[in-house]
Design a protein around this ligand. Sequence first.
Ligand code: CA
Ligand code: CA
Length: 321
Amino acid sequence: MKCLLDSCSRYARRFAVVCLLLVGMPLQAGSAEFDSGESRFTILANGLEIPYRVFALFLLPGENLELRAGIRLELEADAGLARETTSGWNWLAPAQVGHYPIVLRHGRQSMRLEIFVMRPASDIEDEWLGDYRIGEYARKPFKGLATYRPPRGFIEVSPEMRRLQVSPHFTLGQFLCKQASGWPKYLVLRPELLIKLEQLLALVNRKGIRTDSFVVMSGFRTPWYNRSIGNRTTSSRHLYGGAADIYIDVAPKDGVMDDLNGDGRLDKGDANYLYDIVNEGWKGKARWAALTGGLASYRATAAHGPFVHIDARGYRARWGR
Ligand SMILES: [Ca+2]
Ligand SMILES: [Ca+2]
């Protein structure tokens, strides 16, 4: 019996040690260096360079995804039709709307692509996609630019899909429109915006602001919602899934921007501080010329704290500073 008790207490001690180690892990992770989430290899996905270990792409039913890499990759997918080519893979998306992960491997390195087969825009009837009100897009693209064409499709989002990662530090749910509705909800999100947000997150961490994500105060907005909150413009990048209004909320984590410039006040000076980091840091980034876009600083109102607007519209725009 004693032997049994001894052995039990030995196991209990070991269990306690394991628990202490596990409890200690999040603390270590929280104070650890920023991990950019960049992968050891990059791919071209339908022409867009992806340098991350996890990343989302958005296709129409049956659309082809061309994956190119300078190295030989293995591809794992439970659905769709994969065919190896001389430069990588072609993967034909399933006809069914939904979420389909693909894993690419090179030796021990891997990249997970979260593929979303979207509901085609042609399914919209009188401004509605199912029970979700989209509203109406401008027929003529703003300045004739391709980035302002009405979306080809919409990501169908169920409640459990909100936590899915769309890039190393952002989730699908962060970009949902705030309009009141049941489920599923629909969303437009441009991968160019995700890459830009990841690059800026790495930049602010290099500048000494330690944060694992931005708070996305406003990501996608349907044209209907945008009008309902009093915005007259039909060319907002939010309508095209290409913009995010962001702030940093780490210390204290209280739902509003932190005192980034350390002057003891929480005001537009902190949005300006973030604006200046982005504005300076973005200069000379030839690699991401395609992600050029808007940057703006906003003061607090009764409805929200100070924030910064980011978009990847394809040409440079600055305001509010
Ligand atoms: Ca805060
Ligand atoms: Ca301040």
